[in-house]
Design a protein around this ligand. Structure first.
Ligand SMILES: Nc1ncnc2c1ncn2[C@@H]1O[C@H](COP(=O)(O)OP(=O)(O)O)[C@@H](O)[C@H]1O
Ligand SMILES: [Mg+2]
Length: 159
C-alpha cells in the first residue's frame, strides 16, 4: 500500500501521472471515497496522463459509462446512481474483460462482479483543498506492478 497525506490537487495530478504508468490494457481501477472526495477529479488527471482529453471527464448525469480515447481506451464507470441489483443489467463484464482501462466510481456496488485483479485507490476528504490517498493492489498482476514502487512514488510523497 502506498499512502499520500494531505495532497492538494496539484499533487493529486502528480500521483495520477505516476499511477498511470503502472496501468496496462485491461487494468481495473476501483475508486473508493465519499461524494466530493475527488474520484472524478482523480480520473480527470489520470485520463490527462494517458494522453486523453481531461475536459471530457465529468460526472455523467444520465450516462453511467463514459468512454475516452486515450493512449489506452478508458471506460469511466460511475455506479452512484444505480442500485447494486441493476449492475447486472450493464454489460459490466464486457468492460471488465475489454482491452481498455476501467475506472470505476462507487465500486462497492459491483458485488459479485468485483474482479480478482485490480488497483484500489481510496480517497479521503481532509479539508476543502486537501485529500489523503491510498493505493492498494489486489491480485497477482497488480501486486507485481505496485511492488517495490515505494521509491518511485517517494519523491511526490515528500514534496
Ligand atoms: N486535493 C484535491 N483532490 C481532489 N479534488 C479536490 C482537491 N481539492 C479540491 N478538490 C475539488 O473537490 C471536488 C471533488 O469532486 P469530485 O472529483 O467530483 O468528487 P467525487 O467524484 O469523489 O464525488 C472537485 O471540485 C475538486 O476540484
Ligand atoms: Mg464522481
Amino acid at each position: 500500500m502506498i499512502t499520500f497525506k494531505k495532497a492538494d490537487e496539484k499533487k493529486v495530478s502528480k500521483i495520477a501521472q505516476k499511477f498511470a504508468s503502472l496501468l496496462y490494457k485491461g487494468s481495473v481501477v476501483l475508486l473508493f471515497g465519499d461524494l466530493g472526495s475527488g474520484k472524478t477529479t482523480f480520473t480527470r488527471h489520470l485520463v490527462a496522463a494517458l494522453d486523453g482529453n481531461p475536459r471530457q471527464v465529468g460526472s455523467p448525469t444520465f450516462t453511467i459509462v463514459n468512454e475516452y480515447n486515450a493512449k489506452i481506451k478508458v471506460y469511466h464507470i460511475d455506479l452512484f446512481r444505480i442500485e447494486e441489483e441493476e449492475v447486472m443489467e450493464l454489460p459490466i463484464e464486457e468492460y471488465l474483460e475489454s482491452d481498455g482501462i476501467c475506472v470505476i466510481e462507487w465500486p462497492e456496488k459491483l458485488g459479485m462482479y468485483t474482479p480478482n485483479d485490480f488497483f484500489k485507490v481510496k480517497l479521503e476528504f481532509l479539508d476543502e483543498l486537501h485529500r489523503n490517498l491510498e493505493i492498494f493492489a489486489q491480485g497477482e498482476d497488480c501486486a507485481r506492478s505496485l511492488k517495490n514502487r515505494g521509491e518511485f512514488f517517494a519523491e511526490i510523497q515528500e514534496t
